[in-house]
Design a binder for this molecule. Structure first.
Ligand code: SAJ
Length: 417
């Protein structure tokens, strides 16, 4: 069996490698020539536990090829980005381009699966009409399904294999054909449904998380006003068997949770009131943090701020929609100097970036933990006592152990305390 995968990003590439590792012939397609160049030099475009080993093994088997052009195959998987445009609407141009690109290669009996996260009815109203141009009878000669990826960056490969999978077909046969394809590597249960339900399930999962985080953030703001410790309160509330409140923080980043709820708002603006409000609460958090920093240093002449963590969450090297970038941008609008450090990122992307903890803390007036990388949890601030000009620490993630720091003259501030 041959699979052609369009889009070799965070999901397309690992999926391609998993299929290839199971003996399927896989052809990956991407319009990013630099990415293809990297792959041909056996370099991965991003880091993810286990991915390098899988890549090395697959390359040896010669079951994985890649190029900017699709080819004939039995199944086609579209796994391209669906970014948000400036009006918070889904930009489906990559999905449309991919669909148009595969049309000349589609034959009787082929299956097309859309994995990208999309607004409801995209399969029915956008993808299917484009594929109809082949002249093949949809649902009888050409089978179409939606099967959203639902895996968490940082534990992607394990989740791809072990998580349950939702498959929404335009008809039963399409769903079943897609299920047979994914069974090559998916060990979780495969649930079959229709396309719109599958599209909505994906959006609902991420919206549920966004609303829960917004609630935690709102509780954190209430805690600051009413003077109690939100971290202790959440931990106690979560002792209840039916309560699971997530953590407050400097905002919600990543390409999924910060984006997907808008795809529902786009389709049902009058109904999606809570969803929109939650998005707005989470989008305001970087402003709240920047203001908190400004207040901490407002009596200090020419203050120096040190930001720890650029990526959108702990231990991943992904900066997409990272709240840290927003905090940095807001701080650059006020008269302070800012330095940033992220040991996970592994590359220099910003002028403000320095390469070591020593450097970022040198002469600082306020060290701000924005991302809860495991490495930051282990920082022994006492060792860096002399690097600080003013010993202020702001922990937005309840990340560090502040025991004994006050005795050494540190003022430790926290979000939600
Ligand atoms: N965050 C908080 N508080 C929390 C948890 C997360 O502020 O308690 C923040 C994180 O710091 C980060 C953002 O939310 O900035 C998103 O991180 P995440 O770990 O919640 O989620 P993602 O975006 O890495 O992955 C999500 C996952 N969805 C769900 O858990 C419902 C993943 O399973 C999806 O596959 C992925 O989105 C996706 O691709 O849609």
């Amino acid at each position: 069996m041959k699979v052609c995968i369009l889009g070799l990003g965070y999901i397309g590439l690992p999926s391609a490698l998993l299929f290839a590792s199971k003996g399927l012939e896989v052809h990956g397609v991407d319009i990013d020539l630099e990415l293809l160049h990297k792959l041909s030099n056996q370099l991965l475009p991003f880091r993810e536990p286990g991915l390098e080993e899988l890549f090395t093994n697959v390359i040896e088997t010669e079951t994985f090829t890649f190029s900017p052009e699709p080819c004939n195959a039995d199944a086609f998987i579209i796994s391209v980005p669906t970014p948000m445009d400036k009006d918070n609407r889904a930009d489906l141009s990559f999905v449309k381009t991919a669909a148009i690109m595969i049309c000349p290669f589609l034959k009787k009996g082929n299956l097309v699966v859309l994995e990208s996260t999309v607004p409801p009815k995209t399969v029915d109203e956008v993808l299917t009409p484009l594929l109809s141009a082949t002249g093949l009878h949809i649902g009888e000669e050409l089978f179409i399904a939606h099967s959203p990826e639902r895996v968490i960056p940082g534990d992607l490969l394990r989740e791809m294999v072990e998580n349950d999978r939702i498959i929404g077909g335009i008809n039963q046969e399409s769903a079943e054909k897609a299920a047979n394809l994914y069974r090559h590597f998916v060990k979780g249960k495969i649930h079959l449904t229709d396309a719109i339900t599958s599209e909505m399930v994906k959006l609902m999962e991420n919206t549920y998380r966004d609303v829960n985080i917004a609630l935690a953030n709102e509780f954190a703001l209430i805690a600051e006003k009413e003077k109690f410790n939100i971290w202790e309160a959440i931990s106690l509330a979560n002792q209840h068997p039916r309560v699971n409140i997530l953590n407050p923080g400097p905002g919600v980043g990543g390409h999924c949770i910060a984006v997907d709820p808008w795809f529902i708002v786009e389709k049902a603006p009058d109904q999606a009131k809570l969803i929109r409000k939650a998005r707005c609460i989470n989008e305001k958090m970087p402003y709240f943090i920047a203001e908190k920093i400004a207040n901490i240093v407002n009596q200090i002449p020419d203050p120096v701020i040190s930001l720890l963590g650029l990526t959108y969450k702990a231990d991943v090297d992904d900066m997409r929609e990272s709240p840290s970038l927003k905090v940095l941008q807001l701080l650059k609008e006020i008269p302070v100097s800012v330095k940033v450090f992220d040991p996970i990122l592994g590359k220099q992307v910003l002028d403000e970036q320095v390469n070591s903890l020593e450097d970022v803390l040198k002469d600082t007036d306020c060290c701000v933990i924005l991302t809860n990388h495991t490495l930051f949890k282990e920082i022994d601030f006492k060792k860096y006592l002399n690097n600080f000009r003013t010993k202020n620490i702001l922990d937005t993630r309840n990340s560090i152990n502040s025991c004994g720091l006050a005795e050494d003259g540190f003022a430790v501030y926290q979000l939600g305390v």
